[in-house]
Design a protein around this ligand. Sequence first.
Ligand code: ZN
Length: 267
Amino acid sequence: MNTRTLRRLLNYKHTRRGIRLAIVLLLVFGAGYSLWGDEVVAVPAGPSASAAAWSALYYSHNQQLREESPTASVTSCDDLSVLVDRSHPLPSDYAPGDLVPLQDYGVPTLGSEVLRREAAEHLGRLVEDAAVDGEELVVASGYRSYEDQKLSHLRLMSVFGEAAGRMSATPGHSQHQLGTAVDFTNAAAAYEVSGFFAQTSAHWWLEQHAWEYGFVLAYPQGKEDQTGYEWEPWHYRFVGVEDAKRLQESDLSLQAFLEREGTMPHC
Ligand SMILES: [Zn+2]
């Protein structure tokens, strides 16, 4: 990250002072993480496991969980409209059973990101159509397991104590555990997950077209009191085309929409 990018990040008007400090400290410590709302996104460094290896790993993990918890039902957590927020956590043993590598669907990624199959199929078409319109979209983060979130959060807690709760979702409360949420970036945003993405033309394209592919902005600007999170212009969640269209036509946040029509995560 060069000085100019850093200055822009620090001057970003929606950034709270504490988060500015957090970013600076993490840059100083060289931890290699981007922070915002429910985000703790590792910036890929060095060679990563192949997409196929990731897929095999998660499949094996899911099988193991099912064998360990034969009575646990994952039906409602597989529902695309399950509510996950600060008050509604996912069970620690929930992991989707149909994760696929995004690279298999032509989606550019910074690492070996995976999503649930239906979300990946729609995302593949979204990214392709955006490219036709001259917009680059790269996925910086897709599925994150409960354990991934737990480790990231513990790392933050060790540095910031209780303040870490304002910087990232506690384990079980991240939409990334659903396997249907993605964080976008691109060259114009220096391939980082930050508020600077909001100033790119790809962001405007997403605001107009993401719903056509079943994706919605989970934490919109001006809806902070409903969602419990700061505006995250890069964070989209797949809910299916029908619900995305209904949400687009309403004035509700995803949070309020799912509270009214979604599924509680009792699974
Ligand atoms: Zn995210």
